[in-house]
Each structure stands twice: as structure tokens, then as C-alpha cells.
Design a protein around this ligand. Structure first.
Ligand code: GDP
Ligand code: MG
Length: 442
């Protein structure tokens, strides 16, 4: 596949904005990669269209091809779709928190139930009670009891002949009476979705009002993932997904299919039969597994870093010369957004002492403020940015209006600029002294 991609991109090797042809050519390959990873067809179609819109017109970084650029955009879109941040189990309610495990038979519900319980009791010091509601498969309740023993987690005592709703109610009662933090309900599964099973689980849901309903699904689930996920979502309303058997060689397209169809976060991964084989979900890792183009992605990331570095160095040089206008402030803010703070930039300036570094770092700005400041700066005319002293009262009103901010905020920004400017001038002086000192000792 890599080779095929290479062929396509060689033909397209040039710089500028991504054209429709660039994007289409690369997306044909992406489509194949996603289908090979077993992402469901309708999901592939939607996903590819979403990326197409995003990609066309975007600038191609120096030293990468348009095709490579598209792959990076695809990867980022994939990470975003999978859920940009890690999403934890919801345990914030008044105890006991009820967690219900649902899914097809053999998907790994019982094992996952014990894995989660073990993690909660161990690392998170929660008091957990597990109960098996699987009265259909012989020995299913016994299976959970044995796993509970291994995991050092209490299981509800088994009463022969008791039905799922009654077991669930009893579990909740014990949970409340005996001061448990979490009650986990392991439900029965079926080989395929059927009405009877859904009705049974829905009855348990109505009787227990779970805080978390986790859909447990095998990472090997292929094209069927969409049907499974949407059926459980529709009938039960799931709150999260646990993907099991990621230790196998499936590329995990089911993660994208299920996330796209349900909109529910993937919360955990099962990575083996043992009870400690439980992992947090990292969208970037699954994305690179689904796409199978990790090399291209890291290549483009390197290129982006290099360019950031070059821009930062240019800016640092300007600052050293003591020249610093509002355009520079704008690019500094943009750099800060990308590089996560002023400190990386400061490191490039000679003559900065520790106290000054610390002062600058303390002035670290939060993201939303930086966004507002960039809005103010872009509402100024180029002339104003080059000559900030032009910005008097009436201009401030105009800029505030244009950027959806206030005159006070503009004043604050200008003050910050003046301070930065003073700092730059000092740096310039110190830089000279530093050079002199070097000269004397050398
Ligand atoms: P249930 O029918 O949904 O309750 O599924 P079980 O929990 O009984 O699991 C079925 C089989 O899958 C068992 O043999 C488990 O050991 C195995 N299993 C569960 N999770 C994983 C996993 O993450 N990786 C691997 N390799 N096997 C798993
Ligand atoms: Mg089971």
C-alpha cells in the first residue's frame, strides 16, 4: 500500500494548496486502507467525505508531498472522530454507581466486568460488588464468581432459579446496605441481536437505572459493527464502549464504526485474557492502527516541527534585535498556541536569566485568552500592528467591535505588548554584554 501511495504522490509532487485532484487521489488509497481495517462501508463513505471537505485548499508543508499531507489530515480527523481525549468511567454520582455490561455472547463481557472491578478496587480504592445476570448459559454465574475470587472482588451470592431483574435488584440492595461504591451487572449475551435478549436487558435497565451502560465489543467485529452498535444504542442507550481483543491482529476498524454510529466514547480496551489486560483508550494509537500509515504521519509531523522551529528562530532573532511590533506579538501568540508556551521560545534567547524566565512563564496565558487576543490583533489594520502608538480611543472602539471584545481587553493587550517590548530591549542589551563577557574570557 505504501508503495502504491508513493506512485500516486510522485506524480503530484509540488507545493501549494491541496487541489481537489490531490485530495481525491490520496483518498482513494485511504478508502482502501479503511476497508482493509474492517471499518464498515457506510462509515468509510461518510468519513472520507468529511476529510475531503477539510483537506481541499489546505496548505502543503514544505518537504512533504500533497499525498502525505492528506494522510496527515486524515489521521488527525480520525483521531478527532475517535474522541480527542481519553474518557473515563463516570463514577461521580452518589454511590453505589451502577455499571451494566452489555453485548453479544463471547464479546468478553464477563471478563471485562472482572477486569474493570479489579482496577476499581485496586488502583482507585473503590468497594465493588459484581453480580451475574446470565441465567441462560449454564455456569455463567459461576464463571463470574471464580473471576471475582481471582480479582479479589466480591460477587453477589448465587440463588438458583432467580431471574435477571430480581438478581439485579438484590445486587443494588446489597450495594446500598453494605456501603459499596460500585455495583457491576454482567448481563447475558446472544450470538446475534434478538428481541428477547434486548427486552430482558431493557427490563434490567429500567429496574436499576445504570449510570454507565458499557457496550462490550470484539475488535474483530467487521462490517457487522454498525448493526450491533446501533441496535444496542437504540434499544438500551449505551454510555460507552469497551473494545476487547485488541491484542489480536484485527486492525480495529470496529472502533471507528461504533464510535461514528453511536457517538459514544470508547472508554476502555481489553488486551488479553488475563485480568490485568485492561488499557485506557488512546485515540492516536488506534488511529494509526486503523490507517496503517504511521510512517507517513510521523514524517509530516517532523516536517511541521521543523517549520515551527524555523519560524520560532526567526522570531527570536527579531526579538534579539529589539524590534518587536504587534505582528510579531501575533506570531508569538500563534507559536505559543502550537508549542505550548513561551518557555520554548525563551530558551532560544541568549542572556535571559532564570528569574526573567520564570516571570515569563508565570505570565503563561490560557488558551481562550490567546484566542481572544489573536482576534483583537487580526481586527487591527496592518498599519496599526506595525505602529501600535496609532491605536487611540476611537480605533480601540472599532477593534473591540470587530473582534467581539472590549476596550479594556484591548488596553490590557497593548500593555502586555509594551511590557514585552521593554523586555526585548533588555534582552538586547544583555545579549551584547553576554557577548562582551564571552569575548573577554575567550
Ligand atoms: P461474554 O460471553 O461476553 O461474557 O465473554 P467472556 O468474558 O466469557 O469471554 C469470552 C472469551 O474471550 C474468554 O475466553 C475470554 O478469556 C476471552 N477474552 C475476553 N476479553 C479478551 C481480550 O481482551 N483479549 C483476548 N485475547 N481474549 C479475551
Ligand atoms: Mg458472560
Amino acid at each position: 500500500l505504501q508503495e502504491r501511495l508513493g506512485d500516486v504522490f510522485d506524480k503530484l509532487r509540488r507545493r501549494g494548496a491541496l487541489s481537489e485532484e490531490d485530495v481525491s487521489a490520496a483518498l482513494r488509497e485511504v478508502r482502501i486502507a479503511l476497508l482493509e481495517a474492517d471499518v464498515a462501508l457506510p462509515v468509510v463513505k461518510d468519513f472520507v467525505e468529511g476529510v475531503r471537505e477539510k483537506a481541499i485548499g489546505q496548505e502543503v508543508l514544505r518537504s512533504v508531498t500533497p499525498g502525505q499531507m492528506v494522510i496527515k489530515i486524515v489521521n488527525d480527523h480520525l483521531v478527532e472522530t475517535l474522541g480527542s481525549e481519553h474518557s473515563a468511567l463516570n463514577l461521580t454520582t452518589t454511590p453505589p454507581t451502577v455499571i451494566m455490561m452489555v453485548g453479544l455472547q463471547g464479546s468478553g463481557k464477563t471478563t471485562s466486568c472482572a477486569k474493570i472491578a479489579m482496577r476499581l478496587t485496586g488502583k482507585e480504592k473503590q468497594k465493588v460488588l459484581m453480580a451475574s445476570l446470565d441465567v441462560r448459559r449454564p455456569a455463567a454465574q459461576e464463571q463470574l464468581r471464580v473471576l471475582g475470587e481471582q480479582a479479589l472482588v466480591k460477587t453477589l451470592n448465587i440463588v438458583p432459579g432467580e431471574q435477571p431483574v430480581a438478581i439485579a435488584k438484590r445486587a443494588l440492595q446489597s450495594g446500598a446496605l453494605e456501603g459499596y461504591d460500585v455495583v457491576m451487572l454482567d448481563t447475558a449475551g446472544r450470538l446475534a441481536i434478538d428481541e428477547e435478549l434486548m427486552a430482558e436487558v431493557a427490563a434490567v435497565r429500567d429496574a436499576t437505572k445504570p449510570h454507565e451502560t458499557l457496550l462490550v465489543a470484539d475488535a474483530m467485529t467487521g462490517q457487522d459493527a454498525v448493526n450491533v452498535a446501533s441496535a444496542f444504542q437504540e434499544k438500551l442507550g449505551i454510555t460507552g464502549i469497551m473494545l476487547t481483543r485488541v491484542d489480536g491482529d484485527a486492525r480495529g476498524g470496529a472502533a471507528l464504526s461504533m464510535r461514528a454510529v453511536t457517538g459514544c466514547p470508547i472508554k476502555l480496551l481489553g488486551s488479553g485474557e488475563k485480568l490485568d489486560a485492561l488499557e485506557d483508550f488512546h485515540p492516536d494509537r488506534i488511529a494509526s492502527r486503523i490507517l496503517g500509515m504511521g510512517d507517513v504521519v510521523s514524517l509530516v509531523e517532523k516536517a511541521a516541527e521543523t517549520i515551527d522551529q524555523e519560524d520560532a528562530e526567526k522570531l527570536a532573532k527579531k526579538m534579539q534585535k529589539g524590534k518587536f511590533d504587534l505582528d510579531d506579538l501575533a506570531s508569538q501568540l500563534k507559536q505559543m498556541q502550537k508549542m505550548g508556551g513561551l518557555s520554548s521560545l525563551m530558551n532560544m534567547l541568549p542572556g535571559m536569566n532564570k528569574a526573567q524566565m520564570a516571570k515569563m512563564q508565570n505570565a503563561k496565558l490560557d488558551d481562550s485568552l490567546v484566542k481572544r487576543q489573536l482576534a483583537m490583533l487580526s481586527s487591527m489594520t496592518p498599519k496599526e500592528r506595525a505602529k501600535p502608538e496609532l491605536i487611540k480611543a476611537s480605533r480601540k472602539v472599532r477593534i473591540a467591535g470587530g473582534s467581539g471584545t472590549t476596550v479594556q481587553e484591548i488596553n490590557k493587550l497593548l500593555k502586555q505588548y509594551q511590557e514585552a517590548n521593554r523586555m526585548m530591549k533588555k534582552v538586547k542589551k544583555m545579549g551584547k554584554k553576554g557577548l562582551m563577557r564571552q569575548g573577554m574570557s575567550g
